[in-house]
Ligand binder design. Structure first.
Ligand SMILES: *Cc1c(COP(=O)(O)O)cnc(C)c1O
Length: 288
């Protein structure tokens, strides 16, 4: 974002407004996000938010943020790297202007996998819109006539710049087909709520048995405000516990200084595996 601001001749420290959790809190309150937007309504061109925060796992109220951005006369755009394939997204219904995501996290297309974009259809035929235009965004039926003026492909396709790697497209198609075979994101999400809720339950059992929060979950407790991921603050011997998980075959993620991120994924993780993770965490807590 800083480099985008600089390219357009702005000083990032003046052009970018950030928002932080309240003192002593880990996640953002929707009311604070909306307040910040309306407080700066006169200055805002773009409200750019993550869909799900990578660190806390918080799923933001994208509809409310979109409405607030529009009320401020700004564009609403979302980075859905951690949300695509994880939660149900209704970008069109929510009236989001645009969104973008990588496909190698919950969408399983492999490292370097093809990225995706959403552009609301209300922007398709806007001749005023400034964008970078490339060969693959040009109308397919007239591309080889090579007229001097850019003629946009209809839809988000107009934002494509150049040739995509065929192997990445093949991997992405295979990944999308698996989602389709599984019945789609709605069905997966229903399992996901139960699966992550089960992990949360097992962790709170361990804390209860130990009489204190050995594993403090900073991800919102309400399933509506999160996806698969639980972020777990582990103040004492966190790294050792994380290494123990890894040694026992649990693929999680460690964030300095003290956060373990675990994401049971409904597409390929079972309740039995989550039970096993709980057992390993309990053993690690016992050892520490
Ligand atoms: C992983 C991630 C990305 C990465 O996107 P690329 O397409 O690999 O550049 C972007 N934003 C967030 C928040 C991410 O977690």
């Amino acid at each position: 974002m800083a480099s985008q601001a600089r390219v357009r001749g702005y000083d990032p420290s003046e052009a970018i407004l950030e928002i932080f959790p309240r003192e002593g809190e880990f996640t953002l309150r929707t009311e604070d996000i909306l307040q910040k937007i309306s407080d700066h309504a006169d200055e805002l061109a773009l409200v750019l938010f993550g869909g799900i925060n990578y660190y806390t796992g918080q799923f933001f109220d994208l509809k409310a943020i979109t409405d607030a951005a529009h009320a401020a006369g700004a564009i609403a755009g979302f980075d859905l790297a951690h949300a695509a394939g994880n939660v149900v997204l209704k970008l069109h219904a929510w009236n989001a202007d645009f969104a973008t995501w990588c496909s190698y996290k919950y969408m399983n297309s492999g490292p370097g996998g093809i990225s995706g974009i959403f552009v609301h259809e209300k922007h398709f035929n806007n001749p005023e819109l400034n964008r970078f235009e490339g060969w693959w965004g040009f109308r397919q039926d007239r591309r080889f006539l090579m007229p001097p003026i850019f003629e946009a492909e209809n839809g988000a396709a107009a934002w494509q710049l150049s040739t995509s790697a065929i192997m990445l497209l093949a991997l992405h198609k295979a990944a999308l087909d698996i989602f389709k075979d599984a019945g789609g994101v709605d069905i997966l999400r229903a399992k996901s709520v139960l699966l992550t809720g089960y992990l949360e339950f097992l962790i709170s059992e361990i804390n209860q048995q130990r009489g204190r929060d050995i594993f403090k979950i900073i991800t919102p407790r309400n399933p509506v405000d999160r996806g698969c991921q639980l972020s777990i603050v582990c103040k004492q011997n966190g790294k050792a516990m994380f290494n123990r998980l890894t040694a026992d075959g649990v693929i999680g993620d460690w964030r300095e200084p003290d956060v373990i991120r675990l994401s049971p994924v409904p597409l390929y993780n079972s309740f039995e595996q989550v039970f096993e993770v709980g057992r390993i965490l309990a053993a690690a807590a016992e050892e520490n």
